[in-house]
Design a protein around this ligand. Structure first.
Ligand SMILES: CC(C)(COP(=O)(O)OP(=O)(O)OC[C@H]1O[C@@H](n2cnc3c(N)ncnc32)[C@H](O)[C@@H]1OP(=O)(O)O)[C@@H](O)C(=O)NCCC(=O)NCCS
Length: 182
């Protein structure tokens, strides 16, 4: 079973097939797709349904855990957040998007803090990393606000739309996370 997690304002819960039209609209928006390594633009019909159907098998295989970001009060979809897992290294890679109408309201930072806590407390990870493209400083700002440390740039590392783009890498260790709350 995929988990359901709560924060003050948000619920992180499994996607359902009913979310597919909004996933296509929000993730397929060029402002979102251009910042994310694996989101195509235009976003083809049927891809959102396929993506949602992959979440439970991937979670059961312990290769990734992906959750919807929803308003806690209304259940309305705001975005997606997940961890790609390399359990033999006790390593997770966090990734996310938020629908453009809801940007700059602190949603992603709140969701990122919660999934990092889930990764350390429930999945026993030791390290959680994230990376963003140089043209996406907002995502770096989220990583910083979520307690991560910038560890460097891997040049020409991530394919996007036929180009290889630099990846700016961030990470947080469990030991650092444990002491941040003190
Ligand atoms: C990155 C993204 C998830 C952030 O979501 P969000 O809910 O708006 O994030 P938050 O509101 O928690 O934080 C955004 C922060 O970035 C800041 N920010 C916005 N645009 C910025 C810019 N151009 N440069 C620097 N900081 C910027 C905001 O001011 C805010 O910081 P603040 O709270 O200190 O004011 C969202 O912009 C998004 O979905 N982008 C497209 C997809 C994407 O980038 N995914 C991640 C791939 S690595």
């Amino acid at each position: 079973m995929l988990p359901t997690l709560h924060t003050t304002r948000l619920t992180l819960s499994p996607f359902t097939p009913a979310d597919a039209p909004l996933v296509q609209r929000y993730a397929g928006d060029a402002r979102v797709a251009s910042m994310a390594a694996f989101i195509p633009h235009p976003y083809p019909d049927g891809l959102a349904e396929q993506w949602i159907a992959s979440h439970l098998p991937d979670h059961l295989a312990r290769t990734s855990t992906t959750l919807a970001i929803r308003e806690r009060d209304t259940g309305e979809l705001r975005g997606a957040i997940g961890l790609i897992l390399t359990l033999e290294k006790r390593l997770g890679e966090v990734g996310y998007w938020v629908g453009a109408p809801f940007w700059n309201q602190g949603i992603c930072t709140e969701a990122a803090r919660r999934i990092i806590q889930y990764g350390f407390d429930d999945l026993a990870l030791e390290t959680i990393r994230a990376h963003h493209f140089p043209h996406n400083p907002a995502s770096g700002h989220v990583m910083k606000k979520a307690g991560m440390t910038r560890i460097g740039v891997i040049p020409r590392c991530t394919p996007k739309d036929g180009q290889l783009l630099d990846a700016i890498q961030w990470q947080i260790l469990k030991t650092d996370f444990d002491t941040q709350g003190e």
